[in-house]
Design a protein around this ligand. Structure first.
Ligand code: ZN
Ligand code: ZN
Ligand code: FE
Length: 724
């Protein structure tokens, strides 16, 4: 991988063992030639403690004849114009750099762009390959003599560190007319005084404010037009996070990892924090500082750090753009003069049973490839609509893009096109085939169709839930067949209905739909998605149950008429919508302002609740019917059973359903491997119950660890299917 300091590492290791020889890059890896006494110890060290950012796939060793040589040297890498080599993601500032930054005697004391071979920006500043300073946005900053000397000294920890810089020659921060420490201090003061500050970072702008200042947090919600979706928080260190959230060992590990994702943690409900941070949510998303600027800014109090954009538009990256587009949201700007070449939002992740369960795979992870089981044509898979990412394959590497956003507007489409061109040039790939969703009206599908026509390339359309199944198989390197339990929000089915509660059986070459959730009418499409109460009525209507819920007589009459006539209704088997409907029925929430809000709140509600019995789906002829769940729940509501218990019974019913479906599918197909995917599987309560149900029956369970179960992982599955 480029930009991880492998050659200088080998150089110093060879020096330590008093070996002579050479190290150089080729397109297929690194070639080391060594001779001397301690060759064995050298190989052991290389194997056991490689440099922090490198990943060694394999080491092949060959003997050769002795040579006349006196030193160990790094040989220049030959530029191979068509070679494709992975590129390092952006990496959080390392401890060595931090030590220097806080050392008053160091020439980089309090310098906000300190970095080294082991840390700093990579992916977001690289404009072209090979990864060399002239092909990065650091080109604008010629190194001073001191930096130049470090850069050329193989024994220095900044040898060939392309973004190497110092206060004399490198980028600078600014705040109005202030620069350097005065600018940082002005930003600290503004935040302390309750202002909202736009802060330019690595992959784009953040909007920041004091997380303990309720007025500031509410003002940020208003200005961003974001009513309830949780804000991420940045805290100085683990100690500080601990005051506000529970942290397991695995969560601490993720929080401090070099990728520095936002980690969803169980809140301690500390009253110091503004209640407007994550209303109705028992989880808080925390991340630790990952740029030197963050380390200089953060004090005792955590900051809200939300992406610098308005509503669903892409994150802002350029200074001029920020001053224009964030003007109505930010009171002040902490800028810097190093350009960001591509935007890259923060990643979001959570822990499920000691393993990472990605929610949004972006900064720190992208563009690390997912290894595919076999080489194939280079393809571009464009993803779905929400939480969009794309996937570009070359050889056996699947390069998943950073988070692009919801592909519903032209700004996001423009960001998509820019990121796509960036990937093509970084990985020297030219897609031979385009892959998109079956949905004819997705902006991504329409773009793919247009691009394919323009370039005269074949276009493959992949059914949404088939792609989810393929995604979880691909990331586990399984190239056979599996049972797919795909519980999702919405996806276009082969019969024109909206699918989302699917038991599939298949592989990359195709799939069968074995079972599905009973169709109910989705009345008015989006209207029912934003208002789960309408979904609840649809389910009650379908189950022949009478309940007026909290609907007004007018709304009730219109809706019933719509359900009876089927006017403006699409049949749906969506499991996400079933969760919504059930949450609305038991009064969790009637309307939602972001995807899965009702389900998330219902999940939070039943944590720690034990029940002696769950509800039970009726299964007949491959269709599972939730009517008995609604009937039992209505009875339980009348009997004043606590809502938390009803919610828990619902989760148990879904887990029991998965077990029954999987056993039937195994009997019918002889397949024992079960892939769990789709947005509903971000729900760790459900994942836990399903795993507990399947494990004793000896199913092999595949859950997501590398890409998200939601539509952020869809492109990987599309690519795997479309390459066949
Ligand atoms: Zn460093
Ligand atoms: Zn310098
Ligand atoms: Fe989906």
């Amino acid at each position: 991988m480029q930009g991880v300091g492998f050659r200088p590492f080998v150089y110093s290791l060879a020096a330590r063992h008093r070996l002579t020889g050479t190290v150089g890059n080729t397109s297929s890896g690194v070639i080391i030639e060594i001779q001397g006494e301690a060759v064995g110890a050298f190989i052991d060290d290389l194997r056991n403690s490689p440099p922090p950012l490198a990943m060694i796939d394999s080491i092949a060793i060959e003997d050769m004849d002795a040579k006349q040589e006196l030193a160990f040297v790094i040989v220049d890498s030959q530029a191979q114009p068509q070679a494709s080599t992975p590129i390092s993601p952006d990496i959080a500032v390392c401890v060595d750099c931090l030590r220097e930054m806080f050392d008053p005697a160091d020439r980089r004391f309090r310098y906000p762009f300190i970095n080294c071979t082991n840390c700093g920006p990579r992916f977001t500043i690289i404009q072209d390959i090979p990864y060399d300073r002239p092909f990065t946005t650091m080109r604008a900053f010629p190194m001073c003599a001191a930096c130049e000397a470090e850069y050329h000294d193989p024994a220095n920890r900044r040898f060939h560190a392309q973004p190497n810089a110092c206060p004399v020659c490198g980028p600078q921060v600014s705040f109005d007319s202030l620069t350097r420490d005065a600018a940082i201090q002005a930003a600290i003061d503004a935040l302390r005084d309750g202002h909202i500050v736009a802060i330019k970072g690595i992959g784009g702008f953040h909007l920041a404010c004091d997380a303990t200042n309720d007025l500031a947090v509410r003002a940020l919600r208003d200005r961003k037009d974001r009513s309830a979706k949780p804000f991420a928080l940045m805290a100085r260190d683990l100690h500080c996070v601990q005051r506000y959230a529970h942290i397991s060992g695995d969560e601490a590990h993720l929080l401090t990892a070099k990728e520095r994702p936002i980690v969803l943690l169980r809140s301690r409900d500390n009253p110091e924090l503004s209640p407007a941070l994550a209303p109705g949510n028992k989880y808080l998303g925390f991340l630790l500082p990952y740029t030197p600027v963050h380390h200089l800014l953060l004090g005792e109090k955590p900051l809200v750090m939300t992406s610098g954009n308005f509503s669903d538009e892409p994150i802002v990256k350029d200074n001029d753009e920020a001053l224009a587009r964030l003007a109505t949201m930010a009171d002040a700007f902490l800028l810097h003069n190093r350009d960001i070449h591509v935007v890259c939002d923060d990643s979001v992740t959570r822990v499920f049973e000691t393993r990472e369960l990605p929610i949004r795979r972006s900064r720190g992870y992208s563009p690390m490839p997912v290894k595919l089981t076999r080489p194939g044509p280079s393809v571009l898979a464009v993803g779905g609509e929400l939480k969009s990412t794309f996937c570009l394959t070359r050889d056996d590497n699947a390069y998943m893009s950073q988070h692009i956003g919801d592909m519903e507007n032209l700004e996001t489409l423009a960001a998509f096109e820019h990121a796509f061109e960036h990937f093509c040039s970084l990985f020297r790939a030219e897609p031979e085939r385009l892959i998109c969703d079956l949905h004819p009206n997705y902006l991504s599908s329409r773009w793919a169709a247009g691009y394919a026509a323009e370039k005269k390339l074949p276009l493959v359309r992949v059914q949404h839930h088939h792609a989810h199944l393929a995604a979880v198989m691909a990331e586990h390197g399984l190239d056979g067949r599996a049972i797919g339990v795909i519980f999702d929000g919405t996806g276009y089915g082969t019969d024109g209905a909206i699918w989302g509660g699917e038991i599939l059986c298949g592989g990359f070459d195709g799939f069968d739909r074995l079972m599905h959730l009973k169709y109910v009418p989705l009345a008015g499409g989006d209207a029912s998605i934003k208002r789960p109460l309408r979904m609840a009525l649809a389910h009650l209507w379908s189950a022949n149950l009478e309940c007026e819920l909290g609907l007004s007589p007018v709304e009730l009459r219109i809706l019933r008429r719509q359900l009876e006539t089927g006017m403006n209704c699409v049949p749906t088997s969506s499991m996400g919508r079933l969760f919504d409907a059930f949450a609305a029925l038991i009064g969790v929430r009637e309307t939602v302002s972001y995807e899965a809000q009702a389900a998330i709140e219902m999940e939070a509600m039943c944590e720690g609740v034990t029940i002696d019995r769950g509800y039970r789906f009726a299964i007949e002829n491959g269709v599972f019917d939730p009517a008995p769940l609604f009937k039992s729940a209505l009875e339980d509501v009348c009997r004043n059973i606590p809502r938390a218990e009803i919610a828990a019974s619902f989760h148990h019913a879904v887990a029991d359903l998965v077990l029954r479906c999987c056993e039937a599918a195994r009997e019918g197909t002889g397949i024992n491997t079960v892939g769990l995917s789709g947005g509903v599987f971000q729900n760790t309560m459900l994942l836990k119950l399903v795993t507990e149900a399947l494990t004793p029956r000896e199913f092999e369970i595949l859950t997501h660890r590398k890409v998200p179960p939601n539509d952020g992982g869809l492109a990987l599955g599309q690519a795997a299917v479309g390459r066949v």
